[in-house]
Design a protein around this ligand. Structure first.
Ligand code: F6P
Length: 514
């Protein structure tokens, strides 16, 4: 008796393509990410449902999904969720279960306490644990298998982010007929830092299973290429990496949709800076209800002369402490007063079971309490601190209400908050203070760029932002808006998929995206 895998291999061989090691599924375009675009949520009464407001990635990929029998593979956000695939707003959703142990070892451990701090310039010390690595390998294998089983012959699969860096190679081994893309949403560190990782070679090999590897910044792509040269000795030329075919997995004769030249296949590793759904932010900002709400927010804050805003996940990479230090000193020196200025700090709870995040919360909340206690009056608190997220319309109202937006990240792949602020300011007003360590600073050059470690410099720029004449604010914001509106998330995904599509087997079983 033949197994389904053997029949698939025989059928593929008869069709003249390379055999798959897994029976092909039905989806021609697949996105694989750690989290699904919908989350399984359980309310106070214990009732469970799928919920989620679509982020930029979903908005950009939804039309491609609809036109191309698309599916999204990911985790539903709760332990042990065994769910059959289902449709959500026209997207086929394929949940991958994670056990409580895997959440602890693969997600909180290796992804967010090893890779996250390592890839963000070791702002916090990374922990290296072999059992976390083993869990990472196992979970990556599960995601790769789910993608291999769902993908149609010659499908295009786009893997997202640092939690799944081994998936491209694992998937290629299971399904050599696929075209595989990978996008790294966070920075890729310089080799001197990356080389600390005990599994540095395995991660590079995992990524090189893709045909196209996207990074946020040119510097990230260069860092990756250097790691490839140092660890594998492969040649890189411009955006191309030459991966020798002899180095491929035994048993897989020839790789599928590859650009082959002689004895190597080429992998593209280059920057594709991500963006937001700019037009939808602007549209919301133009709505009367949001503008009224923006006005109301200012009134609720006691109509200060200046509203400053920080919006971040509560993460040590965001430089919230540096921002508070600068602001606190300006208040202490009498250069600002609580009557005139309010800082609204939205700190979205994140990864709350990871020790470094617990410590950060205590540190930030202690600082906020001290500043409010020392410099507040009965009527005015210098900081309005919000430890929760807000719906999108409330966020947009906050952006409109803010005269100065503070983005002081110590390291950030891109920082979409900076782009959201700009997209909302259809009135050409508002000043963006932006860290040069955020990827967005490569594009948003007319923001007031700062080094958040330089507290004196940051203080000067905050004062400059508060005092900037309207003409200058307008000129800067216009130029920022041009960039963000022209380079939105659809353009980002189209560019990536166009490059990736050039790797597909056109004319044979390979899928061409519509
Ligand atoms: O920036 C990387 C990222 O994974 C984003 O995709 C995500 O929004 C954020 O970090 C938070 O991630 P999570 O809550 O899934 O750990």
């Amino acid at each position: 008796m033949t197994t389904p895998e053997e029949s698939a291999a025989a059928a593929a061989a008869a069709a003249g393509s390379e055999p798959s090691l897994v029976v092909a599924g039905e989806y021609s375009f697949i996105v694989v990410s750690n989290r699904l675009p919908v989350d399984r949520v359980i309310d106070a009464e214990g009732n469970a449902s799928w919920a989620g407001s679509p982020g930029g990635l979903v908005t950009a990929l939804e039309p491609v999904m609809r036109k191309n029998e698309g599916a999204w593979i990911g985790w539903g956000g709760q332990p042990d969720l065994e769910f059959e695939p289902f449709d959500s707003d026209g997207i086929r959703v394929i949940p991958v279960p994670l056990s409580a142990d895997e959440i602890e070892n693969y997600y909180e451990g290796f992804s967010n306490d090893t890779l996250w701090p390592l890839y963000h310039d070791v702002i916090a010390p990374p922990s290296f644990h072999r059992e976390w690595w083993e869990s990472y390998v196992e979970v990556n294998q599960r995601f790769a298998r789910a993608a291999a089983e769902a993908a149609a012959e010659g499908a295009i699969v786009w893997v997202q982010d640092y939690q799944l860096q081994l998936v491209p190679k694992m998937l290629r081994e299971l399904r050599p007929d696929l075209t595989i893309g990978f996008f790294n949403h966070i920075p890729f560190p310089p080799y001197g830092i990356y080389s600390q990782l005990p599994w540095r070679a395995q991660i590079v090999e995992g990524l090189l299973g893709a045909d196209v590897i996207g990074f946020q910044r040119v510097a990230d792509a260069s860092n990756f290429q250097r790691a490839v040269r140092r660890l594998k000795g492969y040649v890189t030329k411009g955006t191309q990496v030459e991966v020798p075919l002899v180095d491929q997995t035994p048993g897989v004769r020839v790789f599928g949709p590859i650009k082959r030249q002689g004895n190597f296949r080429t992998v593209i590793a280059r920057a594709f800076p991500i963006s937001i759904d700019s037009a939808s932010f602007e549209e919301l900002a133009r709505s009367a209800s949001v503008q009224e709400r923006a006005q109301q927010i200012r009134e609720e804050l006691g109509n200060p002369k200046t509203v400053m805003l920080g919006v971040d996940r509560l993460d040590y990479t965001k430089g919230i402490g540096h921002r508070l230090k600068a602001y606190g000193e300006l208040l202490a020196e009498g250069k600002l007063s609580a009557e005139d200025v309010t800082l609204v700090q939205v700190a979205n709870p994140s990864r709350e079971r990871v020790q470094a995040y617990m410590e950060l919360r205590d540190e930030i909340e202690l600082t906020v309490g001290r500043i409010n206690g020392d410099y507040g009056t009965i009527a005015h608190s210098p900081i309005s601190y919000q430890h929760h997220g807000f719906p999108r319309d409330e966020m947009v109202a906050l952006y409109l209400a803010a005269d100065v937006m503070l983005v002081t990240a110590l390291r950030d792949g891109m920082n979409l908050v900076a782009k959201e602020y700009v997209a909302c300011r259809f009135d050409d007003d508002g000043v963006l203070v932006l860290s040069e360590f955020a990827g967005a600073s490569d594009e948003l050059k007319r923001a007031l760029l700062i080094n958040p470690h330089d507290i004196e410099g940051l203080k000067e720029v905050i004062l400059q932002a508060i005092g900037m004449p309207k003409r200058d604010r307008r000129a800067r914001m216009r130029s920022l808006r041009k960039r963000v509106l022209e380079h939105d998330v659809s353009r980002w995904s189209n560019e990536f998929l166009q490059v990736l599509g050039s790797y597909a087997h056109h004319g044979s079983a390979g899928h061409e995206l519509r």
